[in-house]
Design a protein around this ligand. Structure first.
Ligand SMILES: Nc1ncnc2c1ncn2[C@@H]1O[C@H](COP(=O)(O)OP(=O)(O)O)[C@@H](O)[C@H]1O
Ligand SMILES: [Mg+2]
Length: 278
């Protein structure tokens, strides 16, 4: 891809006091492309995604550059950053129940996301956007379910509501941090398919994060999609997803591959157990 990437992260380091959580990592993502970021718990994946939105705790020291659409995010004034968040750059998190307000109807919650960036819109225009977003994520019967509360939906439907909230302002970059980890496998596959479809329809750049290589392999299904493997705050290997599955170079990547079946794994071979690969 010759064009300028939408998101360009260069030499990003994040420290919490003496602890280096992220150590000089670099990656970029083009419109319409997914970068899968995979690594074990504590390897620095969430810290990386929060750095892009500048939502890290105040005790974090951040170095390096993060460029979004040509703008250096780390030096932007907070007001300009706030205009990006939930507008041009959106994020969906792991836990649909904690990310939603339990005492507010879901339609009002999606509407709030619109109002935050479009205070000029009429109530009717906002409602239309909410219904359209609910329709896009295939929530059944949007008009009737607007007034329902989060607990009246299944886990998969709640994740769809969060995706609707993330997409309602038509962002260009979507960060999905373990978006399916709390869901059972069948629902996981449905949400992954939805995310892939939405990315393709809207030409979204997607940063897709998971500790689970099998899940990341399903998110990175296009030829240009890339995969970065993180370990102890470093990216130890980064390549086109299909190349990485076919010929992993780093021992850690090989151990991840050996312990998880992916779309690209030869299913005739027996699976090595995690214990063997460590
Ligand atoms: N606010 C914080 N204060 C101190 N340490 C933190 C904070 N947030 C994350 N960390 C540490 O940074 C490292 C990376 O965390 P994280 O990015 O959440 O990992 P991952 O998402 O890959 O599981 C971990 O060692 C974690 O304990
Ligand atoms: Mg995390």
């Amino acid at each position: 891809m010759a064009s300028t990437p939408l998101l360009d992260v260069a030499d990003l380091s994040i420290a919490f006091g003496p602890h280096r959580a992220v150590d000089s990592i670099s990656f970029h993502i083009h419109a319409g492309q997914t970068l899968g970021l995979v690594g074990e718990s504590g390897s620095g994946k969430s810290a990386t995604s929060l750095a892009v939105l500048r939502l890290l705790a105040p005790n974090a020291q951040v170095n390096g550059t993060i460029t979004f659409d040509g703008q250096p995010l780390l030096s932007l004034p907070e007001a300009a950053m706030r205009r990006h968040r939930g507008r041009n750059i959106s994020m969906i998190f792991q836990e649909p129940m904690t990310a939603l307000n339990p005492v507010m109807p879901i339609g009002s919650q999606i509407a709030e996301a619109v109002e935050a960036h479009h205070p000029e819109l009429s109530r009717r225009a906002i409602k239309n956007k909410v219904l359209e977003a609910m329709h896009q994520v295939a929530l059944p019967d949007p008009e009737r379910r607007l007034r329902d509360y989060p607990h009246q939906f299944s886990g998969g439907q709640r994740q769809r509501i969060l995706i609707a909230m993330a997409l309602v302002n038509q962002p260009r970059l979507l960060i999905a941090d373990e978006p399916t980890t709390a869901l059972d496998v069948t629902v996981q596959a449905q949400i992954l398919a939805l995310l892939r479809d939405l990315r393709d329809q809207h030409n979204l750049a997607m940063l897709f994060i998971s500790h689970d290589l099998a899940v990341v392999s399903q998110a990175c299904n296009q030829p240009a999609d890339r995969l970065a493997v993180m370990q102890h705050g470093r990216i130890v290997e980064q390549a086109l997803a299909r190349d990485l599955f076919l010929s992993p170079q780093h021992p850690y990547t090989r151990s991840l591959l050996a312990s998880a079946p992916t779309m690209h794994t030869d299913r005739r071979l027996p699976l090595a157990s995690l214990a063997e690969s460590r």
